[in-house]
Design a protein around this ligand. Sequence first.
Ligand code: ASP
Ligand code: MG
Length: 422
Amino acid sequence: MDIHVEKFGGASVNSASAVRNVVKLLKATPKCRAVVVSAMGKTTNALERLAKHSFETGKLDEDTLKEVQTYHFQVINELFGDRAEAIREKVNALLKEMKNIIISCETDSYDKFYDAVVSFGEILSTAVITEYLKAESVEHQLVMAFDIIKTDACHRSANVLWEQTQKAIDENVVPYLRNEYMVITQGFIGGVYQQSVRTTLGREGSDYTAAILSYCLRATDCTIWKDVDGLRNADPKIVERTSKIEQLPYAEAIELSYYGATIIHPKTLKPLENGDIPLYVKSFLEPQLPGSKICRCETIKPYVTSFIFKDNQALLSILSKDLSFIAEENLSGIFAVLARNKVKVNLMQNSALSFSICFDDNGELPQLVEELQPYYRVLYNLNLRLVTLRHYSQDDIDEIVRQSVIIMEQRSRTTAQFLIKK
Ligand code: ASP
Ligand code: MG
């Protein structure tokens, strides 16, 4: 049986007309499918604020709660007209449940609290969307993600327990998947195995949910619906002329997301690769367009250079204090400090007397300096941009870094990287 998995992100369900468009798209192509939905628009950001503020102050952040309610009510009113009251009730019941979790706050772990609160974004969106599917007479079954995506208790970036997840999907999803039937579930959230505790898979984790489902269902394909017509070789917000990528090998897509291309959640590709399931990235605004395909293939088509820009980079240079070499023993000590502080190194370079690393600046720098300063001279730069070119030519390099001050650079046969002042 052909099973298709499709994921609709926050932007595809951020208004009444967006929800209508999703349902229209599903209706236009009846098939046996599992549909993964994100929270509406920027709801997850709002819920993050709500969780943080409430946890820190010990008081419910009424304003943000109201904001989330008003936003969902707006969508509901526009979607359901006279029938809106009943759906608003349903949403209110969920918000009340969330409010009780916040007020009673039964944990001193912020991450656990975060998951309990922030997971409501997806639960609210699927509540509204399934009501609309009902109103449009689209047959479907809602399956709660915490009943099928089984994880450990590593809150905010929970790890999937594959065997348990497979079993839960076999039991709770597979029975519904026949003919042109549709199962709908939430992206991003999971549940701790054998406990009624909710987890999340990390921000933007709905792509990953779609990949997990695809793998466990041995899906024919997986489609991520976006507001762009596929993958591009650079961010159009930064580069004037970009080209669309038609086809991309999994390994290349993993490399691109490693270097900072943000279009697909990085954990998404491995399960798809393992299951040999092609991933399509398509536009929900122009669903007739082919989009981009990531699959087991030899090369990128068309064969273009990809440009990836990563901002907010810190450069830390660790220098010998007394002209002694920075040798292997020093490096292993330095790496221990980096690992302890969960620093994600993007680029490194060494000489006899120095070792330099570039990393995402998430505020670890003062701690690093404190730990390294007793042994080394430490210098740093902040607010840099890392530009990575895959499959570059000298012309590409000239064009991109021509007017920039280059602080550090590195080239291999396939990849050139430049740390520049913005
Ligand atoms: N709603 C979650 C987020 O915004 C998950 C997702 O959209 O993939 O991070
Ligand atoms: Mg999202």
